[in-house]
Design a protein around this ligand. Structure first.
Ligand code: AP5
Ligand code: MG
Ligand code: ZN
Length: 216
């Protein structure tokens, strides 16, 4: 199963991908999380990328394509993977098509999680993320058992650098301008499935499973 989870910032891509990964036991590739991990580990690429990320801008196609290419070259992604937040420009989508074509394969489905801007702002304002394992919480909708501490690994929870009001606004603008056109790109290929993201977490997941079960 090779799938791509798309949607505006805060739509629930990361949360739903984590659940798919756990349920189907397939690796999830989140370019945003890879950049954040690299930054938290003081790696050069992470420090460079954070200059763009914290202001809500996109990291360059070259850097992003390269980290995905390296990840897709690892054995565990040969048969199955979930892409979260990549591609998000037409140039990246074309680069991904080339990478997959080289391996004689292609995406099985592109799942787009729809949401309104009001919902997205609320989701990101109260989001907290684990510094160690990347697990995602929400102070209202998915609070950790112990304040400030990750339920999964006991790591410290923090607010993402790009979850400020200004940065969220910029990310939404960029989504509309650069990423939304990709929906057309995948619609034309016949691989696009829309899911309503403005429901409870479990109901969004149920709708995604309906799409995935239909593929097999
Ligand atoms: P990335 O980390 O991918 O951020 P994003 O696309 O802005 O999306 P988010 O991670 O903010 O939201 P999400 O959809 O994963 O929602 P989540 O599940 O957390 O990228 C960050 C940055 O990295 C980019 O801006 C860019 O700079 C750079 N970057 C990454 N990829 C790139 C690329 N391909 N090219 C160039 N640059 C790139 O959920 C949000 C919150 O809501 C959480 O608190 C969650 O608990 C809660 N929640 C989720 N679902 C529900 C629900 N159904 N009901 C109630 N609450 C919910
Ligand atoms: Mg995410
Ligand atoms: Zn954790």
């Amino acid at each position: 199963m090779k799938i791509l989870v798309m949607g505006p910032p805060g739509a629930g891509k990361g949360s739903q991908s984590a659940k798919i990964m756990e349920h189907y036991d397939i690796p999830s590739i989140s370019t945003g999380q890879m950049f954040r991990d690299a930054y938290n580990n003081n790696e050069k690429i992470g420090i460079e990328a954070m200059k763009y990320i914290e202001n809500g801008n996109l990291v360059s196609d070259e850097i992003t394509n390269e980290i995905v290419r390296l990840r897709l070259n690892k054995e565990d992604t040969l048969d199955s993977f979930i892409l979260d937040g990549y591609p998000r420009t037409v140039a990246q989508a074309e680069a991904l098509d080339d990478m997959l074509e080289e391996r004689g394969t292609k995406l099985d489905a592109v799942i787009n999680i729809l949401s309104s801007h009001d919902v997205l702002f609320e989701r990101m304002e109260k989001r907290r993320v684990c510094k160690d394992c990347g697990a995602t919480y929400h102070l209202k909708f998915k609070p950790p058992v112990k304040e400030g501490v990750c339920d999964v690994c006991g790591g410290e929870l923090y607010q993402r650098q790009d979850d400020t009001f200004e940065s969220v606004k910029r990310r939404l603008e960029i989504y509309e301008d650069k990423t939304k056109p990709l929906l057309d790109y995948y619609e034309k290929k016949g691989t696009l499935y829309q899911v309503n993201g403005m429901q409870s977490f479990d109901n969004v997941y149920k709708d995604i499973v309906l799409v995935l079960e239909d593929l097999s």
